[in-house]
Write a protein that binds this ligand. Structure first.
Ligand code: ZN
Ligand code: ZN
Length: 530
């Protein structure tokens, strides 16, 4: 059964790392260590001191005795772990001298080394030149793309692997599931899940956890829960993935219930658990619960709050309108607040229209940034919009000058087995004429409900609206429209989505860079709280 090739219909520019931005509080899925991978095999004493291991290898080389692939593996492993490119390249050169250019074991190790050092092109070159590739080499190439935020290329390699007739193993499938999670493609993710079941691969905690994470990031929490309940021996990563899933999908009460279940099962929570839990409280406005667990974390579990925990708390207090308490939390932090913490506070000021507090936050933020000025000027965008709303045009103009180039907004929509990408101001889609007509129709219908909506021309429409118009054109009424967006959804688009869900009676799910919005019948699951 061949893997349905994911065709990414791109509009002129390349896919940006969508998933790097989804929730800054995201717990990391445990990195799997493939025991078959030569250089990731049993940890040895060498890895503690990379320099020593490399020196030892150099001694071996100068001893002039014939080296075998077994001499190369530990040395390459050390370079991978330490991201030591230069020694890695020297070892690569030695491997050619020792006629190991066609050895699958050594070549796969080198591939992973280049990938770990961020040299993706070299990894690809090696992979393409390999005379023989086994399941480990294919998986290493999939991982290389995955780790360089190119999940669509990871899936393309998996497709080629199938074409080459190489059977995937559990490690391959974990990577493939993770690629679907990164892309947020539910239909494809379901296909991969069914493939794992049919292929008779062992359902272990690694595959299970990856599936839980995938379903959560594709906005299907119930599917995630079903998989979660099937995992007999759950790891802390499994629990954390499920907790985080509830949180980003605005089901804070359920993340608390799950946390209690963890405690009943004597699972010891870690730092990541509390980030997920507090993030859940914040997305659902559970102030008292959030305060309680922030306390539990420190007193019962002896976990010192990190900047991420503070970020959640500031977000929680700020969103609820307790701006003074949020500011107090920032000033009392044991560690210096970062831009995410300041950003949360500023966002709270935006939600609650508190211009003077926003000015104060920007001033404080700029003072902490003096040593390393920031290229990201999104805080000025927020400030200028606030001035605009408050009618303070002079101040707005001043702030506008400081706004740098905004990151380009892109949206992806999954239709059948294809993913289509749309970027603002790019009218290059072959169906653009039809899409434009649809946008005009949508705008008319929406404005009948709310005359203030949809003021812009089709060409300058935000990408998520274009994606919705395209989906309305190409899918049936019963299909939910799933969109992923690289930036935070703006208020106008958010309001428009609500109206479209009502006027066209369509379910629309938008995953922006912080959370999910599920629009049904004119309402959003975030309760306009984001
Ligand atoms: Zn917008
Ligand atoms: Zn929403």
């Amino acid at each position: 059964m061949a893997f349905p090739f994911l065709s990414l219909q791109q509009q002129q520019h390349s896919l940006s790392p969508l998933t790097k931005t989804i929730s800054h509080q995201e717990p990391q899925i445990q990195r799997l260590q493939n025991p078959h991978l030569p250089h990731l095999s049993q940890p040895d004493n060498n890895e503690k001191d990379p320099l020593e291991a490399i020196l030892r290898f150099r001694k071996l080389v100068s001893s002039n005795r014939g080296l075998t692939k077994l001499d190369f593996a530990p040395a390459i492993k050390v370079c991978s772990r330490a991201s030591a490119l230069l020694p890695g390249k020297q070892i690569h050169a030695q491997s050619i001298k020792h006629s190991l250019s066609s050895d699958v074991y050594v070549q796969t190790s080198l591939l992973t080394m280049y990938s770990a050092c961020g040299e993706l092109e070299d990894a690809i070159y090696l992979f393409e030149k390999m005379p023989e590739r086994n399941v480990v080499s294919w998986t290493a190439m999939i991982d290389a793309f995955l780790h360089s935020d190119q999940p669509e290329r990871a899936l393309a390699v998996f497709h080629d692997m199938q074409m080459a007739g190489v059977e995937p193993d559990c490690f391959t499938m974990v990577s493939v599931v993770s690629a679907c999670a990164q892309l947020g493609v539910l239909i494809l993710g379901r296909w991969v899940h069914a493939y794992i079941k049919r292929g008779g691969l062992e359902f272990n905690v690694f595959i299970g956890t990856a599936l839980v994470d995938m379903y959560c990031k594709c906005g299907s929490v119930d599917d995630a829960l079903e998989v979660f309940n099937c995992i007999e021996k759950k790891s802390i990563q499994t629990w954390n993935a499920m907790l985080h899933g509830f949180s980003i999908n605005g089901r804070g009460a359920e993340s608390i219930r799950l946390f209690k279940e963890m405690e009943i099962n004597s699972v010891h929570p870690n730092e990541v658990t509390f980030v997920a839990l507090l993030c859940g409280c914040s997305h659902s406005g559970l102030v008292e619960e959030g305060r309680f667990y922030f306390d539990v974390m420190q007193k019962k579990y002896n976990i010192k709050p990190t900047v991420k925990h503070y970020g959640c708390m500031v977000d929680l207090l700020g969103r609820t309108g307790l701006l003074g308490q949020a500011l107090e939390m920032v000033t009392e932090m044991q560690i210096p607040p970062n831009d995410i913490v300041w950003g949360s506070l500023l966002n709270a000021c935006r939600i609650h229209n508190n211009v003077s507090m926003a000015e104060h936050v920007i001033e404080k933020f700029n003072r902490t940034q003096e040593d390393h000025p920031h290229s990201d000027t999104s805080h000025y965008v927020i400030m200028s919009n606030m001035y605009l709303q408050a009618g303070l045009e002079e101040k707005m103009a001043k702030v506008r000058m400081k706004v740098g180039r905004k990151p380009m907004g892109s949206s992806w929509v999954e239709i059948g087995r294809n993913v289509y990408e749309f970027a603002v101001g790019k009218a290059s889609h072959p169906m653009w004429g039809k899409i434009k007509e649809m946008l005009i129709e949508v705008t008319e219908k929406v404005r009948r409900e709310n005359p203030n909506q949809g003021q812009e021309a089709p060409e300058s429409t935000h990408s998520e609206k274009v994606a919705v118009a395209f989906a309305l054109l190409t899918t049936s009424v019963s299909t939910p429209i799933r969109i992923a967006k690289n930036l935070r959804i703006c208020r106008d688009c958010h309001d428009t989505m609500k109206l479209i869900s009502e006027v066209y009676e369509r379910e629309i799910i938008v995953r922006d860079c912080t959370r999910f919005h599920q629009f049904i019948g004119g309402l959003c699951s975030c309760k306009d709280y984001w």
